[in-house]
Design a protein around this ligand. Structure first.
Ligand code: F6R
Length: 611
């Protein structure tokens, strides 16, 4: 959840670290700090709040050096404060550590270290690491790598660590266990570490995706990898294919608005490159496996879970499979009686969400195959799954997920059509027709984006109330949940997504003339449309303020809705991919009217790598 960047090379590390941390600020942003090796000493600067505060501090108290680590923090242990900001040091101030993740047994480690006389300054779990390294050196470890290994053998939990020491002034150390960390290979001997590729995109064209339990020693022009037993392991260097521009704001006022606008292009590309229908990439599971398959379990968190709910409806409709969904944080603690023949489909933008990873590890221990839908190549999820369907959305920087969600929806649509065909549930003609309709979705979103001014005007009318209700049915029930989630995340207006049929079982009590009720009532070929009209009449009868999502040309809705967001027609099954974009824009403009920090909403972090 926090961001890590480190550098070793010939240049001054400080501006490189600040630039990298800026690109990572979306991962966590309540404090920031850097540690630089300067003349065989460690110098640290830390500040609370946004990175600009650290820049201001560095302007007053400059630092320069060619070996350094930096961090932006999203607090887990200990309040956001200068003391709790990373890097953390040992008693002698000769070892500095930045950390992403949680050291679970830090209480007992800290007590043992304090008993040996170590002095702690912060309330963080991280601070035990430099003290453990210091203790290992005092206890006779023969060098720093051995001392780091000794420390890690005692620490339990998930971590990515960047370490510098005054006693190894030419070296940057890095190690991970369950939290993402990459090594970037740049020009002229430049070597970086980063918790996320975008941090160093403009500086590196090759990367090493560090495996768990591997200690990296980076020096000007070299990287050495060893395992926790000290044996050297080969480095697998991979090209970085993302462009630096992909992680830039490209003239939009926020990343989120840019990413909303990227959706037609992202979805067109996904249709072109997907490995299922001739895109050519390697997919991992053969169609024979899907012919025999009986049951599917989809898991994810937050927005990814909503994509999974939509995916379930498509898989049920097109494949004849029994499909369930669960929140990864629930799945991992219940007793779901999953047999080895069940296919697990985890959905995740980052591929690093702790609960999702824990769930698939559990399912694999039961013998299940895992097919991931994921956006980040090289992420833990993609490395631990039997097959991956990449969403190809490029880096998503805005904390609220937008383009990754519609790409997940599109991936599910492709997968459901493909499995349905493999299982003989969809014939060649129906398959062609579905794919042709799916290919129309990016254009429909494009037309919708052209109408953003009218969506802004509606959002500006309804943003003030304390709460809003979102109603949808069948394919658009997940859309209602996702629309409400977007609204609460970025505008901080309480919003509740509900299956419209459940209204009479409780939430109807909320309705009065002040409550905005967003009703997703786009035209469908079955009875769902009529049922939504009935639900809108119920809201109207109680004087609720209806904001309807309606299909172009539908004049009926105007009879009850206060405001209408018209969306282009697409067939029922794919309407959620278009409808959600209208709700992303609606939430966006509500948040803008409420004056929130849209790209970095309070309390949230982009990637939830801890439980
Ligand atoms: C909401 C949002 C979160 C994520 C969730 C899962 O806008 O971004 O709800 O969807 O934390 O993250 P990933 O997809 O990275 O597993």
């Amino acid at each position: 959840m926090c961001g890590i960047v480190g550098y070793v090379g010939k240049k001054n590390a400080v501006p490189l670290l600040i630039a990298g941390l800026k690109r990572l600020e979306y991962r966590g942003y309540d404090s920031a700090g850097i540690a630089v090796v300067v003349e065989n000493k460690i110098s640290v600067r830390k500040t609370v709040g946004r990175l600009t505060n650290l820049e201001a501090r560095l302007a007053q108290q400059p630092l320069a050096g060619s070996v350094a680590v930096g961090h932006t923090r999203w607090a887990t242990h200990g309040e956001p404060s200068e003391i709790n900001a990373h890097p953390h040091c040992d008693c002698a101030g000769r070892i500095a550590v930045v950390h992403n993740g949680i050291i679970e047994n830090y209480h007992e480690l800290r007590a043992a270290l304090e008993a040996k006389g170590h002095k702690f300054l912060s309330q963080t779990d991280t601070e035990v690491i430099p003290h453990l390294i210091e203790a290992a050196l005092r206890d006779g470890a023969k060098n720093l790598p051995d001392a780091i290994r000794a420390a890690l053998n005692q620490a339990r939990g998930a971590y990515a660590l960047g370490i510098v020491s005054a006693d190894a002034p030419d070296t940057l150390f890095a190690v991970r266990q369950g939290s993402p960390l990459i090594i970037g290979i740049g020009e002229d001997g430049d070597r970086f570490i980063a918790s996320d590729v975008p941090a160093v995109l403009n500086r590196v064209r090759e990367a090493i995706y560090l495996d768990d339990g591997i200690l990296a020693e980076l020096r000007d022009g070299s990287v050495r990898l060893t395992n926790l037993a000290g044996a050297e392991v080969p480095a697998k260097v991979q090209p970085v294919t993302l462009s630096a521009e992909a992680a830039d704001q490209a003239g939009f006022e926020t990343y989120m608005l840019k990413e909303i606008h990227e959706q037609p292009r992202v979805l067109r590309r996904l249709l072109e490159v997907n490995p299922l229908f001739g895109g050519g990439a390697n997919f991992g599971l053969k169609s024979d496996y899907f012919r025999k398959l009986q049951r599917v379990m989809i898991i994810g968190c937050g927005t990814a879970y909503h994509a999974g709910m939509y995916g379930r409806l498509l898989l049920e409709q097109f494949t004849g499979l029994a499909v369930e969904t669960d929140l990864a944080s629930e799945f991992r603690y219940r007793d779901p009686h999953i047999d080895p023949g069940t296919l697990i489909i985890p959905v995740s933008q980052s591929g690093e969400t702790a609960d999702t990873l824990a769930s698939i590890r559990l399912a694999k221990s039961w013998g299940c195959k895992v097919l991931a839908i994921c956006n980040v190549p090289g992420s833990s999820l993609t490395r631990e799954s039997d097959a991956v369907l990449f969403t190809e959305a490029g880096p998503e920087i805005g904390v609220a997920s937008t383009k990754a969600y519609t790409a997940q929806q599109m991936a599910f649509a492709l997968l459901a059509i493909w499995i349905g065909s493999a299982r003989g549930m969809i014939d060649a003609t129906a398959c062609r027709s579905l794919l042709a309709d799916l290919a129309g979705v990016p254009d429909a979103i494009h037309y919708l984006l052209d109408r953003k001014d009218s969506i802004r005007a509606i959002a500006q009318k309804h943003h003030e109330g304390p709460s809003a209700l979102y109603l949808g049915r069948k394919f658009n029930y997940p859309t209602a949940l996702e629309g409400a989630l977007k609204n609460k995340e970025i505008s901080y207006q309480h919003a509740e997504g509900y299956a419209a049929g459940e209204m009479k079982h409780g939430p109807i009590a909320l309705i009065n003339e002040y409550l905005p009720v967003v009703c997703i009532c786009t035209k469908t070929s079955d009875e769902v449309y009529e049922k939504m009209i009935s639900n809108m009449r119920e809201v109207e009868a109680r004087r609720g303020r209806i904001i309807a999502l309606a299909t172009d040309g539908d004049s009926q809705i105007a009879r009850f809705a206060h405001d209408i967001i018209y969306v282009p027609y697409v067939r029922d099954e794919f309407s959620p991919i278009v409808n959600v974009v209208a709700l992303q824009l609606f939430a966006y403009y509500a948040a803008q009217a409420r004056g929130t920090d849209i790209d970095k909403p309070r309390n949230l972090a982009k990637s939830v790598t801890v439980e």
